[in-house]
Design a protein around this ligand. Structure first.
Ligand SMILES: Nc1nc2c(ncn2[C@@H]2O[C@H](COP(=O)(O)OP(=O)(O)OP(=O)(O)O)[C@@H](O)[C@H]2O)c(=O)[nH]1
Ligand SMILES: [Mg+2]
Length: 378
């Protein structure tokens, strides 16, 4: 039975992916580019003149840039800095080549072809030299200018948001984002309505703002790239808080798939995250049980709450849908995203938890600094 379910999901994965691709259009989160630093200019041996160094290719984050825009502005995806100028009698010190500054979106990780992370441009204004220009010709190089660095790199975009919404399709993620922020995401009663990540801002009365990313729904096998799989899971990596949302009635992709209860969907979400990246399990997490305005929701809620009180005990479930590292939720809240009930306590709790996290981070940094200073003294 378990095998059959897996098989069905695998079969469906291509179909789901094709459907996504057709509608996916606008959002692009990876781009491979070629970068080449400028060559150094020739030196002038007779007068000891040094050639100018080649310019560098520099990636700088910009909040207005997207990978799609970058590709449109430079369809060849080749970025080259200019060469250094040769040393001349009239100008012995050759002029340096001009750097090529390339704007990239914030949140980009720059990865080399052999998988090494060159830079994590995770904040606005961060920059990195990806291809250094060659040295200008001088005595040590027999007056020949050196070639600039050249390579292909992958720009891998991971969204930066304070909170990441995690849930099965149709759980009400977009409805919740719409209820908590001024964003108007597309909402519909069919699965995979959201096909690209969207960020909304939660506003508080004292002007505090917290960003929340709505992501396409996860399905069983997401870590194996089923559905849109890890293409979207990677976007929760940079969030500080995970907000799980489950439909109290559970989920069924279509009549030919198994119906999963709310508890099973939670177990599966937990499992998908741990199989994708175990570190995600230790992130602070809140659980919102949704659709409590609907008929029979109370009957379903009571047994669910009893199970949840057993603190992540998934031992009743078949082994292949139970997680091995159960998430310990900081808070379990009951909501109706559609009717906007329970959203105020949720908003407050989100803020409290993020503040607590920030305090703990500050305290850890302070302790580390003190320890390193104490070591210096020894
Ligand atoms: N009755 C009721 N319906 C809800 C509630 N929240 C969401 N819905 C409905 O559930 C359906 C799915 O809602 P969405 O917000 O699109 O769900 P989603 O999780 O974003 O789904 P995907 O984008 O497909 O992953 C829509 O028909 C919503 O109107 C709720 O609290 N109560
Ligand atoms: Mg949605």
């Amino acid at each position: 039975m378990v095998y059959l379910t897996r098989l069905l999901y695998r079969r469906s994965s291509e179909h789901i992916r094709d459907a996504f691709k057709k509608r996916f259009g606008g959002f692009q989160d990876t781009l491979r580019i070629y970068v080449k630093g400028g060559a150094g200019g020739m030196g002038l041996p007779s007068l000891g003149g040094q050639g100018g160094d080649g310019g560098d290719v520099v990636l700088v984050t910009s909040s207005k840039m997207t990978l799609r825009k970058l590709q449109m502005t430079e369809p060849t995806k080749r970025f080259t800095a200019s060469n250094g100028v040769n040393s001349r009698e009239r100008r012995l010190a050759g002029i340096r080549g001009v750097d090529r500054i390339v704007s990239v979106p914030s949140g980009v990780t720059v990865v080399s072809d052999d998988g090494q992370v060159i830079a994590d441009l995770d904040q606005p204004g961060k920059q990195v030299v990806v291809a250094k220009g060659g040295k200008g010709g001088c005595a040590a190089t027999e007056w020949n200018g050196q070639k600039g660095e050249r390579k292909s790199v992958k720009l891998d975009l991971k969204l930066i948001a304070d909170i990441g919404l995690v849930g099965f399709p149709n759980a009400g993620k977009s409805t919740l984002l719409g209820g908590l922020s001024r964003t108007k995401p597309k909402i519909a009663d069919y699965p995979f309505t959201t096909v690209k990540p969207q960020i909304g801002i939660i506003h508080y009365d004292d002007n505090r703002q917290i960003s929340m990313a709505d992501l396409p729904g996860l399905v069983e096998g997401a870590h194996l790239n089923i559905g849109m799989g890890h293409m979207f899971l990677k976007h929760v990596e940079r969030t500080k808080l995970l907000l799980f949302i489950i439909d109290v009635h559970g989920f069924q992709l279509s009549p030919k798939y198994l119906h999963r209860t709310a508890f099973e969907t939670l177990s599966l979400l937990n499992r998908e995250l741990e199989l994708y990246k175990p570190e995600l399990i230790s992130k602070p997490a809140i659980l919102a049980i949704n659709k409590l305005d609907t008929e029979e929701s109370q009957e379903k809620l009571q047994p669910l709450l009893e199970k949840l009180q057993q603190c992540g005990d998934y031992s009743d479930l078949p082994q292949d849908i139970a997680p091995s590292m159960p998430i310990k939720f900081k808070e379990i809240l009951q909501i109706s995203a559609k009717e906007s009930t329970g959203l105020e306590p949720l908003k407050t709790r989100i803020r409290e938890l993020l503040d607590k996290e920030a305090d703990e981070e500050r305290e850890n940094d302070r302790q580390e600094l003190l320890q390193s200073k104490a070591k210096e003294k020894i």
